[in-house]
Design a protein around this ligand. Structure first.
Ligand code: FDA
Length: 540
């Protein structure tokens, strides 16, 4: 963790921002010249600046691309990639981008579902934070400072190095970056007990549009509120988070129980919907739904499988007792349960074989790279058995061979937090969240269109069963189908189409914060928060 105070270097760079900027469409050679001219340590910034002429440009760009949809020859590429090793490199890149009409895309772990951290339709530079990933865990105060280039796995690992009973409620995939993940809310299998990751942020450091490094005190409570769930990319470059760690028991229990349609899956899923949000808050049982080939009564058949995948913050005996009281229909037995430490459970849920070394958490190489499209929904009333059967029917279609639905239960402590505490608004009143996913392996437009059309049809089918007015969505499951900003000036009306779905009533406060901190709308993308100046324009 870098010292959270202004260095002389930073001050010198900030002073550059007092010069008013001219946005022009200069070529990127001028931009590169600007970088070296205005960098206080030009040799060091040139060492971390890459253009298509550099032999390592493609490998750096591709390294953290998770979704193959954005790794084709047609995908627009950045003119320049900067992989800062010092915060001043970011300040210089912001300054020069403003002066040379370049857009900035900030990449932490590169897992954005729509590639917004490394793809843009207009000339752009990627600030790839891969080198700013240090983590300092303090077991006296049970807090940590985490640079935003770190991944979920790196944070899990560094916490476990210090303690087996401290943890942090992040997501399942270790290669996700904490920059995008926490700024969009961030949740994992401890959601019902330890709520969202962003709920535990107690300080942060950000570089604003003027190149200033701000902490919680100097940025003020409005901006500090906005970056904890409002998506970081609209407000500046977040450098680091200070988080409160949570405590976990030394033994937790995991299980995954599969049930096919022939094993009563429809009735079990139907029942789960009415009870999973009321379980003891230490118990999280999600359901993964897929099409599988199986053998039933000696015959091969294709069926739908619901996998009940669970983390219990406690021992197996307690869990069995709880399950007998609250969900006996599942028929969970002790042999289904595996006791382990919490850190081992992160490996289990990420799909690593039992006995794997914790070192796998430090490997930033994405676990799998496929083409995919995802969408999200929130459910407030149980879907009828007939409604569920309509979903299963769609899973028999050809395009759904590698499709998946993930139902994640809400309730527990999620009910205790106000919708306005942070921009992430999806709290009480939700039974569960659905993530719709479709994967495919064939290149090209035809395969893309078939699979995306399948998931859009499924999403249309779900309309009567999910939240309405607005039909809400989770920003970390980015979906450009629900609305995008207009090109050029971002209008409030256009942005509110998607903004209300992600943020409900918090969208307007995000717009006010954006207007205060970035009135000229420098930090923008297809789903960035608009500034009120653009709101004014829509009224003309
Ligand atoms: P990436 O680097 O692509 O950034 C995402 C967005 O944040 C971009 O707009 C980017 O510009 C911005 N950003 C990133 N760093 C920034 C910074 N320092 N300052 C300002 N802006 C910044 N989610 C979840 O809640 N629970 C889960 O279990 C999972 N699991 C999961 C598995 C897999 C395989 C994937 C691909 C994704 C998930 N997610 C998830 C979703 C994940 O939380 C979401 O995609 C995050 O935005 C990814 O963060 P990255 O930093 O990796 O993305």
């Amino acid at each position: 963790m870098k010292t959270p105070s202004f260095s002389l270097l930073s001050l010198l760079i900030v002073s550059l921002f007092s010069i008013s900027w001219v946005v022009s469409a200069d070529s990127h050679e001028d931009f590169l010249q600007c970088l070296s001219l205005h960098s206080q340590n030009s040799s060091s910034i040139s060492k971390v600046t890459y253009t298509a002429n550099n032999s390592s440009y493609s490998s750096i760009l591709q390294f953290s691309i998770q979704n193959l949809r954005f790794n084709s020859s047609e995908t627009p590429k950045p003119l320049v990639i900067v992989t800062p090793t010092h915060e001043s490199h970011i300040q210089t890149t912001i300054y020069c981008s403003k002066n040379h009409g370049m857009q900035i895309r900030v990449r932490s772990g590169g897992h954005d579902y729509e590639g917004l951290s490394y793809v843009s339709p207009i000339p752009f530079v990627v600030i790839d934070l891969i080198n700013l990933n240090s983590i300092t865990v303090d077991t006296e105060s049970n807090t940590a400072w985490v640079e935003t280039g770190a991944t979920v796995g790196e944070l899990y690992y560094r916490i476990a190095e210090k303690s087996r009973t401290l943890a942090f409620p992040l997501g399942v995939c270790p290669t996700v970056g904490v920059g995008g993940h926490i700024s969009g809310g961030g949740y994992g299998l401890m959601l019902r007990k330890h709520i969202m990751a962003a709920d535990h942020v107690i300080d942060a450091r950000i570089i604003d549009v003027n190149g200033k490094i701000l902490d919680r005190e100097s940025m003020g409570e409005d901006l500090f509120w906005a970056i904890r769930g409002g998506g970081g990319a609209s407000f500046g470059v977040i450098l680091s988070w200070k988080i409160n760690l949570v405590t976990v028991p030394s033994t937790v229990t995991v299980f995954t129980v599969h049930r096919t349609l022939e094993q009563n899956a429809t009735k079990l899923v139907h029942r789960w919907q009415s009870i999973a949000h009321k379980f003891d808050e230490n118990l999280f049982i999600r359901i993964l739904i897929r099409r599988v080939n199986t053998t039933y009564q000696g015959q091969n058949r294709t069926t739908i499988q619901a996998s009940f995948n669970s983390l219990y913050l406690g021992g197996a005996d307690e869990l069995i007792q709880l399950m007998q009281e609250s969900f006996p229909e599942l028929g969970l037995v002790k042999e289904d349960c595996i006791e382990m430490s919490w850190i081992e459970s992160t490996l289990y849920f990420a799909g690593f074989p039992s006995g794997s070394s914790l070192d796998v958490l430090l490997d930033r190489t994405p676990l799998s790279r496929r083409y995919f499209k995802a969408k999200s929904d929130y459910v407030k009333e149980p879907i009828s058995e007939k409604g569920l059967e309509g979903i299963w029917e769609r899973f028999y279609e050809e395009e759904a061979a590698a499709a998946e639905l993930i139902f994640s239960p809400y309730g527990g402590r999620m009910n205790e937090v106000s919708e306005t505490a942070i921009p992430f608004p999806h709290r009480a009143g939700n039974l569960y969240k659905i993530q719709h996913l479709v994967y495919w392996d064939e290149e090209g437009t035809e395969a893309y269109e078939r699979h995306v059309s399948w998931i859009r049809r499924l999403y249309r089918y779900m309309t009567p069963y999910v939240s309405k007015n607005p039909r809400t969505a989770y920003i970390n499951y980015r979906d450009l189908d629900i609305g995008v900003n207009n090109k050029g000036n971002t209008s409030y009306i256009q942005a509110s189409i998607w903004g209300i779905k992600y943020f409900k009533g918090n969208f307007n406060r995000l717009v006010h914060v954006k207007t205060m901190v970035d009135p000229a709308n420098f930090f923008k993308n297809e789903q960035s928060i608009p500034a009120l100046s653009s709101w004014g324009k829509k009224k003309k």
